[in-house]
Design a protein around this ligand. Structure first.
Ligand code: PDD
Length: 280
C-alpha cells in the first residue's frame, strides 16, 4: 500500500512519522483552528474563500496566520493527486508550550499540519440519509472553525447511535445547522437556509448553493427557520465541502419528501456537478 504523505511544520512526511509534542496546545486545550478544502481533479475549489475564512478563524483566536495565501497554495498543492477528487484538512494550533497554562504562551511557533483524504459526494438519486434533531449544545463562537469540536462530536455520535447520519441542531426553537454541515430546507417552494451569524459556520458549500440558486432564478432565502417550519419542509438537505449536498429523507423517524430525494435536490445535484465540471 502506498504510504500517505502529510505536511507537518515545513516537512512532507509519511503519516506514521508525523509526530507532535503532547504539550501542543491543540492536544491540551483544543487551542487551534482548521479548514477543509475540496479539490476537484487536483484543483483546490474556492481556495480564496476557504483561506479568508481561515484568516477570520485565526483572528478570532488571536493567532497570526503563519503563511500568506500564496504560500498556502504552494504548501498544499504537493499533497494533491492529479485527476483525483480529494479534500485537504489543514489545522493550525497555538503550538507547543513549556508548561500547561490556559493563558497564551509567549514566543511560541504555531503547529501547522495538513493531510488529504478522498471525497465521496452523495450521488444516489433514489436514496437519502436519516437525521436526528437535537438541541444545539455548542458555544457562542460557531462561526469560528475551531478544532475544539467536542460538542459537535457528541451530537453527531448521538445521531449515529440512533441510526442517523447527521444531527440537525436547533437553538431556542430555531434551526442553526448540522453537527458538521449547513442545512437547507425547501418550504412553500422556496429554498431556505438560516442567515449567517455566530450561531453557524458560514459554509463555503452554502455560498455556492445560494449562488447557483440566484444564477438560475430558483427562489431562495436566508431566513430564520423554526421547528414548525421544518415540519412543513418538502425537502431537507445537509451540505459540506466533503459531502457536497446530501438529501435528508427522514427526520426523527418521520419521512421527508416521501422518503426519497426530492426534485429540487435533483436539480441542484446536477447544477453543482456542472459547476464543478466547468472548473476542471
Ligand atoms: N465541516 N457547519 C459545520 C459545523 C461544519 O463543520 C461544516 C463543515 C459546515 C459546512 O462548511 P463547508 O461547506 O465550508 O464545508 C457547516 C467540515 C467538512 C469538517 O468539519 O470536516
Amino acid at each position: 500500500m502506498e504510504t500517505e504523505t502529510v505536511y507537518l511544520n515545513g516537512d512532507y512526511v509519511p503519516l506514521a512519522d508525523a509526530k507532535i509534542s503532547v504539550m501542543d496546545r491543540g492536544f491540551l486545550f483544543g487551542d487551534g483552528v482548521y479548514e477543509v478544502i475540496p479539490a476537484y481533479s487536483g484543483q483546490l475549489f474556492r481556495l480564496e474563500d476557504h483561506l479568508e475564512r481561515l484568516d477570520k478563524s485565526l483572528r478570532a483566536i488571536r493567532l497570526q496566520n503563519p503563511h500568506s495565501h500564496e504560500q498556502w497554495l504552494n504548501l498544499l498543492t504537493p499533497l494533491l493527486k492529479k485527476g483525483l477528487d480529494q479534500s485537504v484538512y489543514l489545522q493550525i494550533t497555538r503550538g507547543t508550550a513549556p508548561k500547561r497554562d490556559h493563558a497564551f504562551p509567549q514566543n511560541v511557533t504555531p503547529t501547522v499540519f495538513a493531510m488529504v483524504t478522498g471525497i465521496t459526494p452523495h450521488s444516489d438519486p433514489d436514496n437519502g440519509v436519516k437525521a436526528l434533531s437535537m438541541e444545539d449544545s455548542r458555544w457562542k463562537l460557531c462561526d469560528t472553525k475551531a478544532i475544539t469540536l467536542l460538542a459537535n462530536v457528541l451530537l453527531r455520535q448521538a445521531a449515529v447511535d440512533n441510526g442517523c447520519t447527521e444531527a440537525i441542531l436547533f437553538k431556542d426553537g430555531y434551526l442553526t445547522e448540522g453537527a458538521a454541515s449547513n442545512v437547507f430546507a425547501v418550504i412553500d417552494g422556496i429554498l431556505m437556509t438560516p442567515p449567517k451569524s455566530s450561531a453557524i459556520l458560514p459554509g463555503i458549500t452554502r455560498d455556492v448553493i445560494l449562488e447557483i440558486a440566484r444564477k438560475n432564478n430558483i427562489p431562495c432565502s436566508e431566513q430564520a427557520i423554526s421547528k414548525a417550519d421544518i415540519k412543513k419542509a418538502s425537502e431537507l438537505w445537509i451540505t459540506s465541502s466533503t459531502r457536497e449536498i446530501i438529501p435528508v429523507v427522514e427526520l426523527d423517524s418521520e419521512k421527508v419528501s416521501g422518503g426519497k430525494p426530492g426534485p429540487v435536490w435533483k436539480t441542484f445535484y446536477k447544477l453543482f456537478q456542472e459547476h464543478k465540471q466547468s472548473l476542471r
